[in-house]
Design a protein around this ligand. Sequence first.
Ligand code: NI
Length: 173
Amino acid sequence: MLRKILTEPDAILRKKCEPLEKVDTETKKLMDDMLETMYAAPGIGLAAIQVGILKRLVVLDISKGEEKKKPIFLINPKIIHQSKKTSVYEEGCLSLPGQFAEIERPAECTLKYIDYNGKEKELKADGLLATCVQHEVDHLNGILFIDYLSKLKKDMIIKKLVKQKKGIERVIV
Ligand code: NI
Protein backbone atom coordinates (compact mmCIF):
# COMPACT_ATOMS: atom_id res chain seq x y z
CA MET A 1 0.00 0.00 0.00
CA LEU A 2 1.34 3.39 -0.96
CA ARG A 3 1.68 5.88 1.89
CA LYS A 4 1.51 9.65 1.65
CA ILE A 5 4.93 11.31 1.94
CA LEU A 6 4.98 14.40 4.15
CA THR A 7 6.82 17.41 2.78
CA GLU A 8 8.51 20.35 4.49
CA PRO A 9 7.25 22.52 6.10
CA ASP A 10 5.53 20.00 8.35
CA ALA A 11 6.00 19.94 12.14
CA ILE A 12 5.98 16.12 12.17
CA LEU A 13 9.23 16.01 10.15
CA ARG A 14 10.96 17.84 13.04
CA LYS A 15 10.06 15.30 15.73
CA LYS A 16 12.42 12.73 17.28
CA CYS A 17 11.46 9.13 16.57
CA GLU A 18 11.10 6.36 19.16
CA PRO A 19 12.91 3.03 18.93
CA LEU A 20 10.89 -0.04 17.99
CA GLU A 21 10.35 -2.59 20.74
CA LYS A 22 9.93 -5.60 18.48
CA VAL A 23 9.70 -6.59 14.84
CA ASP A 24 6.18 -7.95 14.38
CA THR A 25 3.85 -8.40 11.38
CA GLU A 26 2.67 -4.80 11.73
CA THR A 27 6.28 -3.57 11.50
CA LYS A 28 6.90 -5.74 8.43
CA LYS A 29 3.72 -4.47 6.74
CA LEU A 30 4.86 -0.89 7.40
CA MET A 31 8.36 -1.63 6.01
CA ASP A 32 6.83 -3.25 2.89
CA ASP A 33 4.61 -0.19 2.40
CA MET A 34 7.57 2.14 2.88
CA LEU A 35 9.64 0.27 0.29
CA GLU A 36 6.75 0.32 -2.21
CA THR A 37 6.24 4.05 -1.58
CA MET A 38 9.98 4.73 -1.97
CA TYR A 39 10.23 2.81 -5.28
CA ALA A 40 7.10 4.54 -6.61
CA ALA A 41 8.33 8.03 -5.70
CA PRO A 42 11.06 7.18 -6.91
CA GLY A 43 13.71 7.56 -4.23
CA ILE A 44 16.66 5.66 -2.73
CA GLY A 45 15.80 6.12 0.95
CA LEU A 46 12.74 6.69 3.12
CA ALA A 47 12.30 6.98 6.89
CA ALA A 48 9.03 6.10 8.66
CA ILE A 49 8.74 9.69 9.94
CA GLN A 50 8.31 10.79 6.29
CA VAL A 51 5.06 8.83 6.14
CA GLY A 52 4.00 10.20 9.54
CA ILE A 53 5.12 7.29 11.76
CA LEU A 54 7.46 8.36 14.54
CA LYS A 55 9.47 5.13 14.78
CA ARG A 56 13.19 4.53 14.12
CA LEU A 57 12.72 2.72 10.85
CA VAL A 58 14.40 3.25 7.45
CA VAL A 59 14.28 1.60 4.03
CA LEU A 60 17.05 2.07 1.44
CA ASP A 61 17.98 0.80 -1.99
CA ILE A 62 20.86 2.33 -3.89
CA SER A 63 20.85 -0.23 -6.74
CA LYS A 64 20.61 1.41 -10.16
CA GLY A 65 17.98 1.03 -12.90
CA GLU A 66 18.55 -2.37 -14.54
CA GLU A 67 20.37 -3.92 -11.56
CA LYS A 68 18.64 -6.40 -9.28
CA LYS A 69 16.89 -4.57 -6.44
CA LYS A 70 18.77 -4.64 -3.15
CA PRO A 71 16.46 -3.32 -0.43
CA ILE A 72 17.97 -2.67 3.01
CA PHE A 73 15.73 -2.40 6.08
CA LEU A 74 17.16 -0.60 9.10
CA ILE A 75 15.36 -0.86 12.43
CA ASN A 76 16.73 1.25 15.30
CA PRO A 77 19.89 2.15 13.30
CA LYS A 78 22.69 3.55 15.42
CA ILE A 79 25.82 5.06 13.91
CA ILE A 80 28.76 3.82 15.99
CA HIS A 81 31.59 5.26 13.90
CA GLN A 82 32.08 8.05 11.38
CA SER A 83 35.30 8.71 9.45
CA LYS A 84 37.21 11.98 9.69
CA LYS A 85 37.45 11.94 5.91
CA THR A 86 34.44 13.58 4.32
CA SER A 87 32.76 13.48 0.94
CA VAL A 88 30.30 15.73 -0.85
CA TYR A 89 27.15 14.60 -2.65
CA GLU A 90 24.33 16.57 -4.16
CA GLU A 91 21.43 15.47 -1.98
CA GLY A 92 17.72 15.47 -2.57
CA CYS A 93 14.92 14.30 -0.30
CA LEU A 94 11.40 13.00 -0.91
CA SER A 95 10.21 15.46 1.76
CA LEU A 96 11.87 18.38 -0.08
CA PRO A 97 10.52 17.85 -3.62
CA GLY A 98 12.59 19.44 -6.37
CA GLN A 99 15.26 20.76 -3.99
CA PHE A 100 18.91 19.74 -4.15
CA ALA A 101 22.10 20.90 -2.44
CA GLU A 102 25.70 19.78 -2.03
CA ILE A 103 26.16 18.42 1.49
CA GLU A 104 29.43 17.41 3.13
CA ARG A 105 29.30 14.39 5.45
CA PRO A 106 31.73 11.78 6.85
CA ALA A 107 32.75 9.60 3.88
CA GLU A 108 32.42 6.33 5.82
CA CYS A 109 30.29 5.18 8.69
CA THR A 110 29.54 2.02 10.63
CA LEU A 111 26.15 1.31 12.07
CA LYS A 112 24.37 -1.23 14.21
CA TYR A 113 20.75 -2.05 13.42
CA ILE A 114 18.07 -4.71 13.50
CA ASP A 115 17.11 -6.22 10.15
CA TYR A 116 13.74 -7.25 8.64
CA ASN A 117 13.90 -10.59 10.44
CA GLY A 118 14.65 -9.06 13.83
CA LYS A 119 18.36 -9.94 13.78
CA GLU A 120 21.07 -7.61 15.06
CA LYS A 121 23.44 -6.59 12.28
CA GLU A 122 26.38 -4.29 11.62
CA LEU A 123 26.97 -2.43 8.37
CA LYS A 124 30.08 -0.62 7.13
CA ALA A 125 29.09 1.94 4.54
CA ASP A 126 31.04 4.20 2.22
CA GLY A 127 30.31 6.23 -0.91
CA LEU A 128 26.66 6.89 -1.73
CA LEU A 129 25.45 4.35 0.85
CA ALA A 130 27.25 6.18 3.69
CA THR A 131 25.66 9.49 2.69
CA CYS A 132 22.25 7.85 2.32
CA VAL A 133 22.43 6.14 5.73
CA GLN A 134 23.45 9.37 7.48
CA HIS A 135 20.72 11.34 5.69
CA GLU A 136 18.11 8.79 6.85
CA VAL A 137 19.36 8.59 10.44
CA ASP A 138 19.10 12.39 10.51
CA HIS A 139 15.40 12.05 9.61
CA LEU A 140 14.88 9.92 12.74
CA ASN A 141 16.17 12.85 14.79
CA GLY A 142 14.04 15.47 13.01
CA ILE A 143 16.94 16.75 10.89
CA LEU A 144 16.70 17.57 7.16
CA PHE A 145 19.64 18.21 4.83
CA ILE A 146 18.67 21.87 4.50
CA ASP A 147 19.64 22.26 8.17
CA TYR A 148 23.29 22.09 7.04
CA LEU A 149 22.91 25.07 4.69
CA SER A 150 23.25 28.75 5.51
CA LYS A 151 20.13 30.36 6.97
CA LEU A 152 19.69 32.32 3.75
CA LYS A 153 19.77 29.23 1.50
CA LYS A 154 17.55 27.26 3.88
CA ASP A 155 14.94 30.04 4.09
CA MET A 156 14.91 30.32 0.29
CA ILE A 157 14.22 26.60 -0.11
CA ILE A 158 11.46 26.64 2.54
CA LYS A 159 9.87 29.64 0.83
CA LYS A 160 9.84 27.74 -2.48
CA LEU A 161 8.30 24.68 -0.81
CA VAL A 162 5.57 26.77 0.84
CA LYS A 163 4.79 28.24 -2.57
CA GLN A 164 4.70 24.76 -4.18
CA LYS A 165 2.37 23.49 -1.44
CA LYS A 166 0.01 26.44 -1.88
CA GLY A 167 0.00 25.84 -5.62
CA ILE A 168 -0.92 22.20 -5.18
CA GLU A 169 -3.65 23.01 -2.65
CA ARG A 170 -5.16 25.60 -4.99
CA VAL A 171 -5.59 22.96 -7.71
CA ILE A 172 -7.11 20.36 -5.34
CA VAL A 173 -9.57 22.85 -3.77
NI1 NI B 1 15.23 12.51 2.99
